[in-house]
Write a protein that binds this ligand. Structure first.
Ligand SMILES: [Zn+2]
Length: 431
């Protein structure tokens, strides 16, 4: 359901359902944010207006950069893993299992979508968003994307101390280019919380309890299918709970049925409430409800539109389209990017931060952007196919060069830029 007065409804939505706080702390956190900084109401209102303007203008089919509306958005993720006890120092495999869940859920590849009731199946939406563990850190160096740190704190709460190095936490990486996920022990029943778009840069991100993260390891059933992170990343991308955080409230999405409140456990379809618009009742299996992990299986098309609108030009997550830390090979199931090199000539301007190629995947024209000191030198661009054959060359002598790759066949290509030691290698996907 969707209101024509989102700003007004937003204020009502700050009414917290106390029973829900212990599961997802986002609503209470957002309420606290606004209480301590009332100017955020204006920030949130502006973001709502930009979402509405984008969707009104293009009905969700906007071209985000130089490519089609179907562009896959790649989000580099850094995991700040904070542990005191050995059990909290979860394995790489557990972390990767969470990335797998995010990638499935945000590309409508989750196998349990078969469980979506037929009445709602046509509403399911593919967000076309992929997540990778960051391959390049903010300094331009190689990284695993996993930042492990011993902490003296027994547990953390929604006061954000896990984001502060001097409080036993870990400082965020540039939140314009990385999704920061803090994984740690949280108090009592808390599963996680997220900052809504518009939060302070050093707080921006998602926090998840270590024992509900991923699908393998010592997990707290029934939150053992990685859906806490799916839900919280949904919040990070502007989604609101199905009931609009108040009795029969508004979630700013026009294809989700109105529902009275949250659902726990596994409900039977249909589940009707006082404000159900029709006999289909609550969409309790939506990722933005509180159902058990095994009983949630979709975002709607309307929710997808809302999330993707944040990446449109001038909107708050647009900077991710220029983030180069992903080297998207992980997201498409390819090998690790062993070809990425960062032979930095000017340490102050890491090559990875100075050279950007977008979009990837590319349909026709791609843009090579060389900023800062590296742009001062003329560079050679060479593109090789998977057999190592050079299929394209160009000279780059300006900050932005557009090249037409229409004639390349579909596949993954290696891109070399630079001369001598000052070189940069990455991959590009041709659609
Ligand atoms: Zn939530």
């Amino acid at each position: 359901m969707k209101s024509f007065l989102p700003a007004v409804i937003f204020l009502f939505s700050l009414v917290v359902n106390a029973g829900a706080q212990s599961i997802c702390g986002t609503t209470a956190y957002k309420q606290q944010m606004v209480k301590s900084d009332p100017s955020l109401i204006e920030v949130f209102r502006n973001i709502e207006e930009q979402i509405a303007a984008e969707n009104n203008k293009t009905n969700g089919n906007f071209a985000m950069r130089d490519t089609t509306a179907n562009e896959i958005i790649y989000i580099p993720v850094v995991i700040h893993l904070l542990y005191k006890k050995a059990a909290e120092n979860i394995s790489d495999a557990q972390i990767k299992s969470q990335l797998d869940v995010l990638n499935a859920d945000f590309s409508m590849l989750n196998s349990d979508q078969a469980n979506t009731p037929s009445a709602f199946k046509s509403l399911a939406g593919n967000a076309r968003i992929q997540f990778c563990l960051a391959r390049v850190d903010p300094q331009g160096h190689k990284t695993t994307g996993i930042d492990r740190k011993y902490t003296s704190q027994d547990l953390f709460t929604t006061n954000d101390e896990m984001k502060m190095a001097d409080k036993g936490g870990a400082a965020s990486w540039n939140s314009k280019h990385y999704l920061n996920i803090w994984v740690c022990r949280l108090s009592s029943r808390s599963l996680g919380y997220a900052t809504p778009p518009g939060a302070a840069a050093d707080k921006d991100g998602v926090v998840i309890a270590y024992d509900v993260f991923g699908t393998t390891g010592n997990l707290r059933a029934p939150f053992n299918k990685g859906r806490t992170a799916t839900h919280e990343v949904g919040h990070w991308l502007g989604l609101i709970h199905m009931w609009g955080d108040t009795n029969c409230g508004d979630d700013h999405v026009d294809d989700t049925p109105k529902q009275q409140s949250y659902n726990f456990g596994c409900q039977n379809f249909p589940k009707l409430s006082n404000c159900s618009p029709d006999s289909n009742g609550d969409m309790f299996m939506n990722f933005m409800d509180f159902s058990d992990d095994a009983c949630m299986n979709l975002f709607t098309r309307g929710q997808v539109k809302r999330m993707r609108a944040l990446f449109a030009q001038n909107n708050i997550r647009n900077s991710f389209l220029a983030s180069f830390a992903c080297d998207s090979t992980l997201a498409v199931g390819g090998p690790l990017p062993t070809t990425v090199t960062h032979d930095v000539v000017q340490p102050a301007v890491p090559v990875a931060a100075a050279i950007k190629i977008y979009p990837s995947p590319v349909n026709t024209v791609t843009t090579i952007e060389c900023k800062g000191a590296t742009a001062l030198t003329i560079k050679t661009l060479s593109i090789f196919n998977s057999l190592g054959m050079k299929v394209f060359t160009a000279r780059l002598n300006q900050e932005k060069t557009r090249i037409d790759l229409t004639n390349l066949t579909r596949g993954i290509y290696i891109v070399h830029i630079g001369d001598g030691k000052d070189k940069f290698t990455t991959r590009i996907i041709k659609q």
